[in-house]
Design a protein around this ligand. Structure first.
Ligand code: ZN
Length: 136
């Protein structure tokens, strides 16, 4: 058994499969209600605005701003830099998403910072949307 290099894996179910498949294909897909057009993330079976069950997806640009963030110190995992910066990003399409912050100088991490998504294969078969500074 190998320890120390384990990437935590997301739970995948029939509501979220499209999201992970999209990342593998290089797209950041966001769920959209076909009844009223409301975007929702994380994905779910029912629209929070109109309670409709119908949905499709839109490919987000990946551009957004840092709405909030934390710098995780615990648990320390060898696969992550320490501290591990995690952002809550407000996408320009109008919904929010959580992702690791990469390529930031520690002093650059501030609320309101422009960011863009970069999709990387972080472990075998595990594609994630990470967020880096967007130079405008
Ligand atoms: Zn709706």
């Amino acid at each position: 058994m190998t320890t120390g290099h384990y990437w935590p894996r997301p739970g995948v179910n029939q509501d979220t499969q499209f999201f992970w498949d999209g990342l593998k294909a290089g797209q950041l897909l966001i769920q959209r209600c076909t009844g009223c057009g409301t975007l929702r993330h994380p994905p779910g079976p029912v629209c929070i605005a109109c309670h409709g069950f119908g949905w499709d997806t839109v490919a987000a640009s990946g551009r957004g701003t840092l709405y909030s963030f934390v710098k995780m110190h615990h648990p320390p995992l060898p696969v992550f830099e320490q501290p591990n910066p995690i952002g809550l990003v407000e996408l320009e399409e109008g919904t929010r998403i959580v992702g690791r912050l990469v390529d930031f100088h520690p002093d650059e991490i501030r609320i309101g910072a422009p960011v863009e998504a970069v999709i990387r294969e972080c472990a075998e078969g595990l594609f994630l949307a990470l967020f880096r500074p967007r130079r405008v």
